[in-house]
Ligand binder design. Structure first.
Ligand SMILES: [Zn+2]
Length: 415
């Protein structure tokens, strides 16, 4: 099972927007770019919403059927590990093996030296075709990289084999993710990580490194765009070389996690993948939930009241809601509107404050990030929330579709 060149990961916390999301993919195809839809949901999201992996499968199948979509689509067990993969086996055909927590766990000396002994061809001066400056791979560097990553990739091998035994190797796509860590992996680290992945026999098709800069949830990239550009281009070239050197799948591509709303680096990514004729996977999730809140605010009446309630509760419960996302949000307290202020707002003011239109005078990324982590409040509202989603299905759906197509796919794929 091979995933196509361009793919978009779409998360849908409450499971109501599958069709609207798929419409954005269909519009891209009409515009000449085929993008593979992948519905992703992590164990954490399932546990907050009290949903099951089967629900994501049912939603994806239903959306595909409703739109008579005939191309490939996938259901991604996002950020799974050995402790929770079992629950995803039946419903998923894309598995994101998350080994971030094992990075830095040293392997025993025997395994470490066995791996290092297979790297003699690449030690000293390492030249990657396309990258002008050669890399210096000292024994010490090789030793450090091996100690940092070998055990994590061995763990990925265990998870992969567990899935393979139950599903059969041909029946799923494998991603390896290392994005939820503090420090970015360098291109040299990426090269040796891919060697380790090949030696574990993992037919990896997408790899999610941690990139330089901040990928905060639902808002634009924060960091040095020029440095990101260099690193991204080197990663693309390292992958290309590693595929040939280590016999990895020839469609192996980068996966960009927390990839929604990173508008300032989309042109960079678009330029580089076009330059080398490479594919890409971009994972989005919470941006769809934010569009639900925008749609409800535009609907007015009780729906606007619920949108306000979500913000005001989130404001009160900030500490609790932000804790699990501490590394991926940056909220400036003094720029958050007060509850009393928001109470005075009409539909347009609320929607314009939340909607991600860079440069719009009302847009407030602090407000947006706080609501991003507030989906637990909507989950607690139960059928009040989902009932309003259903009542305003068309309006909310048009927000979801517009966001993915106009703000994301158009920028990412030059549509
Ligand atoms: Zn991720």
């Amino acid at each position: 099972m091979k995933i196509g060149k361009y793919s978009l990961g779409m998360g849908d916390r409450f499971g109501h927007q599958g069709e609207a999301q798929l419409r954005s993919i269909v519009r891209a195809a009409t515009g000449g770019v085929e993008i593979v839809p992948v519905w992703n949901k992590s164990n954490r999201e399932h546990s907050y919403i009290h949903s099951k992996p089967e629900d994501t499968r049912i939603e994806a199948d239903a959306a595909v059927k409703a739109l008579s979509f005939t191309r490939d689509y996938f259901v991604d067990a996002d950020h799974i590990n050995l402790s929770n993969v079992q629950g995803f086996i039946a419903a998923s055909d894309f598995f994101t093996l998350d080994v971030a927590s094992k990075i830095g766990t040293p392997s025993d000396d025997e395994r470490t030296s066995a791996f290092i002994s297979t790297c003699t061809n690449y030690s000293g001066i390492l030249t990657i075709p396309g990258i002008e400056h050669p890399f210096e791979v000292s024994d010490q560097l090789l030793n450090t990289i091996t100690r940092k990553f070998l055990a994590a990739i061995a763990e990925a091998g265990k998870i992969y084999n567990f899935i393979k035994e139950q599903k059969g190797a041909e029946n799923f796509v494998t991603e390896v993710s290392m994005d939820e860590v503090e420090s970015p992996q360098t291109p040299v680290e990426m090269f040796f990580i891919l060697k380790m992945i090949a030696e574990q026999g993992i037919p990896v098709q997408t790899i999610a490194p941690k990139f330089t800069g901040r990928f905060n949830k639902g808002v634009d990239y924060v960091g040095d765009v020029a440095q990101f550009s260099r690193e991204f281009e080197e990663d693309v070239l390292v992958i290309d070389y590693a595929v040939k050197e280590f016999g990895l799948p020839d469609n192996l591509k980068l996966s960009v996690h927390s990839g929604s709303d990173k508008f300032s680096i989309y042109p960079v990514m678009a330029r580089i993948i076009k330059k080398y004729d490479k594919g890409i996977h971009v994972k989005t999730a919470g941006t769809t939930w934010l569009e639900e809140v925008i749609g409800l605010s535009l609907a007015g009446g009780e729906a606007l009241e619920l949108a306000k309630h979500i913000y005001k509760s989130a404001l009160e419960r900030q500490e609790e809601l932000c804790a699990p996302y501490a590394d991926v949000i940056d909220i400036r307290q003094n720029e958050l509107p007060s509850a009393a202020e928001v109470d005075q707002w009409g539909s347009d003011k609320f929607a314009n404050t939340l909607r991600h239109i860079p440069g719009h005078p009302d847009y407030n990324p602090n407000f947006r990030q706080l609501i991003h982590v507030g989906y637990k409040i909507a989950a607690e509202s139960g059928t009040l929330y989902t009932g309003l989603l259903e009542k305003h299905h068309d309006l909310v759906g048009s927000c979801v579709e517009e966001n993915l197509f106009d703000r994301h796919l158009k920028r990412l794929f030059n549509l």
